[in-house]
Write a protein that binds this ligand. Structure first.
Ligand SMILES: [Zn+2]
Length: 253
């Protein structure tokens, strides 16, 4: 029996401070045995490193979030770099571009993204990319500064997903694929080769059906995984095996 995994979660978030032990136990009970914890702040990262649970293999990513680039000066940037270089940091992310929340600082966002791409290349660590309303600029930079990595919580077109796959990137699918109105996410999963797919919760956000409306948590990645396996007409065990292989290929080196 293969286990499930969550390739992108924020269990270091405030939203889990009161019942983290239960959330971790729910992972064990749901057979979610691997998870990548994403940190956007240094204190979140320090906290994430302390999260342990018997039977669960946690990995850690640290990155400067595109929404925060205006708050990061050179000293702080260097503090991030220092930690990214350490062995406990398995991936650089989430990094990228977000023009939904801020269109005024595009050049600054691109500069910080570019610098982190170069850093990932130098450190030979995979990237975890956030892109919102900025897909073309994201693509252009990821094409120019090519490293191994994943488009997290992918929410753009199936056509564009295939372009990222052509560059060697993975595409990670979150809860929205389970929602009633899901249309494009279903085209995405059919358009991306199985050896380039990943699954995630991005919890506490984007809760999959049937839990939509409540706080998301890693255990719920099972709903997303089962839905995708069903839509693709793949045996659940085979699907889990594939997802585990992909996760290992991307983050296990
Ligand atoms: Zn995230």
């Amino acid at each position: 029996m293969m286990n499930w995994l969550d390739s992108h979660c924020h269990i270091n978030d405030e939203a889990f401070r009161d019942d983290l032990d239960q959330v971790l136990q729910n992972m064990v009970d749901s057979d979610v045995k691997k998870a990548m914890i994403i940190s956007s702040y240094l204190d979140d990262y320090d906290f994430a490193l302390k999260i342990k649970k018997e039977g669960i293999d946690f990995k850690h990513a640290l990155g400067i979030y595109p929404g925060d680039v205006d708050d990061v000066d050179e000293d702080l940037f260097n503090e991030y770099v220092k930690r990214m270089k350490e062995d406990e940091c398995d991936a650089i992310g989430e990094i990228g571009l977000d023009y939904h929340w801020n269109k005024e600082n595009k050049e600054r966002q691109k500069e910080i993204f570019k610098r982190q791409l170069l850093l990932a290349r130098e450190l030979d660590k995979p990237i975890i990319v956030h892109s919102r309303d900025a897909i073309q600029d994201t693509y252009d930079l990821m094409k120019e500064y090519r490293v191994r990595g994943v488009m997290h919580c992918y929410s753009d077109s199936a056509e564009m997903a295939r372009e990222f796959v052509k560059l060697g990137y993975y595409v990670s699918i979150a809860g929205p694929v389970t929602w009633k109105n899901a249309k494009e996410p279903l085209r995405v999963i059919r358009g991306v080769p199985l050896d380039r797919l990943l699954i995630e919760t991005d919890c506490p956000y984007l809760t999959p059906a049937p839990k939509r409306g409540t706080r998301n948590e890693p255990a719920y990645v099972v709903y997303t995984g089962k839905k995708i396996a069903e839509e693709l007409g793949i045996d659940e065990e085979d699907f889990k095996k594939k997802i585990n292989e992909n996760y290992q290929m991307l983050f296990g080196l």
